[in-house]
Design a protein around this ligand. Structure first.
Ligand code: HEM
Length: 455
């Protein structure tokens, strides 16, 4: 089915008003819903959503939810205890209605520093502390070396992260959240994921073409990401509980209120598809996304990154000295992978080379959001644009910062690989622009509604 640009933009405007909009095309153009195994009760963690896997080019890959959405909000002047009960009531309704998988609905409620300032006394006593970094787990949001000065550091109280294969489940949750009169919704961020793992044209390719974003025709047909590679291979994503505060022992839980919680970073990144596909040939795209020297078959999209394929600091340093450049995954791996075996508090063994962060990012055509309450500040436009809403769970904010700094060439010991910021010698950075960022804390499910307010 072909969509005129006019019709697409009409959809974008509808999305901006909170209507269904362009992302209806995910269901119209998509090739059906993935099959999902039955699941049990919701886990104590809010961020854990068990996902099925499949094979892509001989590699096990996680099948992400088709639809994802983030709603951010600030709080009106409000009685926190009353609001706590009201929000918990809404969340419990959703739990009862939908199962805890993408066949139902995943809901993760995350809280920002401005919220914890409202409960400062209890926060000072209970917020987890990062022993390794000797810093609070929830850090003020910052820019990174490759960020432009214009990157907006946001100050939302709360973010709702919704995931489902069914748009109508997310619509339902959004309606209930919008009805909470103590929330002032600041943004709605929408998107989709779904690789052409079955060999058919992928959703990102179809939607980019339908939207007519520059460079859409250059995206490989079966690509899971606009940038042409698979990003959900199982070995590259942290296993189930590894991103919990308590699992790797970095965190002092100070009484345990946040046991089972995690840290969430949320950003919007816009992608220059034309620069990526026209200025970089396939070979350079591989070394930019992975590492110089990475072997790949022509047009390979899923490039294995098992523990034996990943780089340590010495390899990263050596490759950089030889080639003057580094890749995205390769530069991050000295911080994103366990450097030695670890046994979690529940006895789970995590071998050296296991991935730590749980990435839950999704493709978007928002520019930068589907809805913005601050259109001038957010540089909002109804023109679709290629990007990702980047969502990642790490045990601590410092752990996220180590990964993100590594993406800019900062080694775990603080040394910086010497390349100009945003140059093509430095991984993806020259084709990516981060427009917005914020750090959040995700409490365990039992404290998901207005954490600490009852104290
Ligand atoms: C538009 C932006 C981005 C794109 C298109 C992208 C794409 C990719 C791809 C293709 C991979 C390798 C495939 C895989 O492991 O399955 C990867 C790995 C990874 N990326 Fe990104 N990425 C982006 C931004 C970021 C950002 C902002 C971070 C923040 C730190 C990040 C963190 C990671 C991590 C931790 C890995 C796994 C490295 C490993 O342990 O092997 N990415 N990304």
């Amino acid at each position: 089915m072909r969509f005129t640009r006019r019709r697409f933009l009409g959809g974008a405007a509808a999305a901006a008003r909170g209507g269904a909009g362009v992302y209806e095309l995910v269901d119209t153009l998509g090739g059906g819903r993935p099959s999902r195994a039955a699941v049990g009760d919701r886990p104590p963690e809010q961020h854990v959503l068990d996902l099925s896997t499949t094979q892509s080019e001989g590699v096990e890959v996680v099948v992400p939810p088709l639809h994802s959405e983030v709603i951010t909000a600030t709080l009106q002047d409000v009685d926190l205890r009353k609001a706590q009960a009201e929000l918990e009531d809404v969340l419990s309704q959703l739990d009862e209605k939908y199962e805890a998988s993408p066949a139902g609905l995943g809901v993760t409620v995350a809280w920002g520093l401005p919220y914890f300032d409202r409960v400062r006394g209890a926060a000072d006593r209970h917020l987890p502390h990062d022993r390794r970094a000797q810093k609070p787990v929830l850090l003020p949001t910052r820019r990174f070396p490759s960020d432009p000065a214009a990157t907006i550091l946001e100050a939302n109280d709360v973010a709702f992260f919704l995931r489902s294969d069914f748009a109508e489940h997310i619509d339902d949750a959004r309606r209930l959240i919008f009805d909470l009169d103590f929330l002032h919704v600041t943004s709605v961020r929408r998107g989709f994921a779904g690789g052409g793992f079955d060999g058919k044209q992928s959703l990102p390719k179809k939607l980019a073409l339908a939207a007519g974003v520059p460079g859409a025709d250059l995206i490989p047909d079966t690509s899971e990401l606009f940038l042409g590679f698979t990003s959900t291979q199982k070995a590259g994503l942290g296993p189930r509980l590894i991103a919990n505060h308590e699992t790797l022992g970095y965190v002092d839980l100070r009484g345990g209120y946040f046991h089972g919680g995690t840290h969430m970073h949320l950003s919007h990144i816009s992608e220059d598809l034309e620069a990526w596909y026209l200025n970089f040939d396939f070979g350079e795209r591989v070394l930019t996304a992975f590492a110089p020297g990475q072997k790949a078959r022509p047009d390979q999209q899923t490039v294995p990154q098992t523990p034996k394929d990943v780089q340590d600091v010495a390899q990263l340093d050596g490759t950089f000295r030889r080639t003057g450049r580094f890749g995205h995954s390769g530069s991050i791996q000295p911080t994103s992978r366990l450097q030695q075996d670890h046994v979690g508090p529940d006895g789970t063994v995590y071998p050296k080379g296991t991935a730590i962060p749980q990435r839950a990012d999704f493709n978007t055509l928002d520019n930068p959001f589907a809805f913005s309450a601050h259109q001038a500040r957010d540089n909002w436009s109804s023109e679709p644009a290629a990007g990702v809403h980047f969502v990642i769970f790490n045990p601590t904010g410092d752990d996220f910062e180590r990964n993100r700094l590594a993406m800019d060439g900062v080694l775990p010991d603080g040394r910086k690989l010497d390349v100009p910021q945003r140059s093509r010698a430095q991984g993806f950075n020259s084709v990516l622009t981060t427009t917005h960022r914020q750090n959040f804390l995700v409490p365990p499910r039992r404290h998901r509604s207005f954490p600490l307010a009852e104290l």
